[in-house]
Structure formats: C-alpha cells, structure tokens
Design a protein. Structure first.
Lengths: 83, 216
C-alpha cells in the first residue's frame, strides 16, 4: 500500500471517533488527531487497536506514542506493513 | 513546587467495557504494577474497566499538568505509573493516588517530585484532579452535565463554568480564557495573562475544570 491508500483506509479507522465528517474527508498528513479532528483522547487507544485490525499489523508501544498526526500514523502503519 | 494544573473526565457509558477488559487494550494504559494494584482496591468493588479509566484519567491529568511546563511533551500512558490508589473511606469521597513518571519527566524526575491525584467516581462519571501538593491547597475544581455532546458546545460550556468560578474566586468581571501556543488554556484579566494555570476536560455531555489560585 502506498501512503495515499493508507490515508484512505485511515479515514475509515478514524470515522467512528470523529464528529466533523467534512473535516475528516479533507484531512492531510499535517492533521492532528486531537487538536484538529477533535478526537477525544480516551479514543486514541481505540484508534490504535482498530488500525492493527484494519492493516493486520502489530503496533508496539513506542510506535503508538508517535501516532499524533495523520502523517505520523501513516509513517507507523507503512513501516509495520512493509516489515 | 511547580505552578500548574491538570484534570480529566471520563464518561463511562461512552466507553466499551468488553474492549477495555481486553489485555491488548488495557496493556496500552496500565503497567504490570498497576494491574497488580487493582487487587488492593477489591474492597471498593470498582469494576476492572472502571479502574482502567480511573488510571487513564489520572495519567491524562498529569500529562496536562506537565504539558504546560514542558510544551513538547507527548502523552505516553505507560510512562506514568499510578501507585497507592486508595478507595474512598471515612469522610473522604475520592480515590487517592500518587503518580510517578520516571522515564517521562526528565528534570521533574531529577527533582523527585511526585504528583498526587484525587478521583471522584459518581453516576458513571470519573473526574480527576492532580497536584504536586498532597493537600490540594488553592486548587479549585468542578464539573457539570451539559445538554450537548458536540465539541463546540463542550468547549463553550466548560469555559462558562470555569469563568463563573474564576469570577467568584477573584471577584473580577473582566476575565477571559484563551489558549497559549502549546494549546494550554490561559486566564487573562483584560489583556493581561494571569499566573493562574487552568485545565479543561470534557467527554460526551460532561465538562470539568481545575485551576490553581496561588499567590506567587
């Protein structure tokens, strides 16, 4: 999967936790999950668990700490997919 | 003792107990010592998933407290550890905790300063405040139910709630709330920022604030 494909799948992962669906449709790699998408911090672990299931990967604790923005999420997911 | 404030709120009906109880979920929040620590709370009859979110709210509160002091800080729940969580007893109606974060705090750790937490669990709502002062002197806090779970409404409601208390405590009617460059809320009197750290939290139809009103 290239970064664009990962991004499109990531939108589906984030959808249940995002109030503003219009904002979600227009996210880019700079979009911050909490500050911009207003995802409640209590759902951040849900995002990681759902991403693991969606991409059939395991995201270790150190990597999950980096998943703050859409771009950093794609970095982590891409890294795990290509291992 | 540093000057900051941190709080958090979790609305339990919005969480998923079946998922929270999965090791692959709670192991991203609780350290092994914290999982063992749950046994000490047996007398409180707190369900395990509520305990997970209690610890989460404590860690999130400490993160907010420290984020104001160290803007580059990233939230990493496993790098905080909640110890000695004591259930409500006698005339104390909150869970008391001590929080340490050896691998996260850097200069904080070098100073050896722990954080203390107080957590209320009421009607499905977990509300936590933290301080470096075990007595929570000069810490003001509150929470409220609101009519809407929309983010804009939560944001407006928590600011209104906090401003009411701030105006009462400071006896001023020119107070405003803004955010600093790191995204931390700040209190202004007119255009003058006050040394009065404040923290906000919201989840679904509940909002909460805490602030430290200490003369420095």
């Amino acid at each position: 999967m290239d970064r664009r494909e990962i991004l499109e799948e990531l939108k589906r992962v984030l959808e249940p936790y995002t109030e503003n669906k219009e904002l979600l449709r227009n996210i880019n790699e700079q979009t911050d999950l909490v500050k911009d998408l207003k995802i409640n911090s209590s759902n951040l672990v849900d995002v990681i668990i759902d991403a693991e299931a969606k991409y059939n990967i395991e995201i270790d604790f150190d990597s999950s700490e980096k998943m703050i923005s859409v771009g950093s999420c794609i970095d982590v997911i891409s890294d795990k997919i290509n291992k | 003792m540093s000057i900051s404030s941190g709080n958090d709120l979790v609305y339990l009906p919005a969480t998923r107990p079946e998922r929270t109880n999965l090791p692959r979920f709670y192991s991203r929040i609780l350290t092994a010592a914290e999982v063992e620590g749950f046994v000490q709370l047996a007398s409180s009859r707190l369900p395990f998933d509520h305990y997970v979110w209690l610890c989460w709210s404590v860690k999130e509160s400490v993160y907010k407290y420290q984020k104001r002091l160290f803007p580059e800080l990233v939230f990493a729940p496993l790098k905080f550890e909640v110890r000695l969580v004591e259930p409500p007893c006698g005339d104390r109606d909150f869970y008391a905790g001590i929080v340490v974060g050896p691998s996260l705090m850097g200069p904080i750790n070098a100073r050896g300063q722990a954080h203390y937490s107080r957590t209320w669990v009421r009607d499905g709502v977990i509300v936590t405040i933290v301080s470096e002062d075990q007595q929570f002197t000069d810490t003001h806090w509150g929470f409220s139910a609101i009519d809407s779970a929309a983010h804009a409404d939560q944001s407006a409601a928590v600011r209104q709630l906090a401003l009411e208390e701030l105006s009462s405590v400071l006896s001023r009617d020119d107070l405003r709330l803004e955010k600093d460059a790191a995204g931390c809320p700040i209190v202004l009197a007119g255009d003058r920022p006050l040394v009065l750290p404040i923290s906000f939290a919201h989840h679904e139809r509940y909002v909460a604030y805490s602030f430290l009103n200490r003369v420095v």
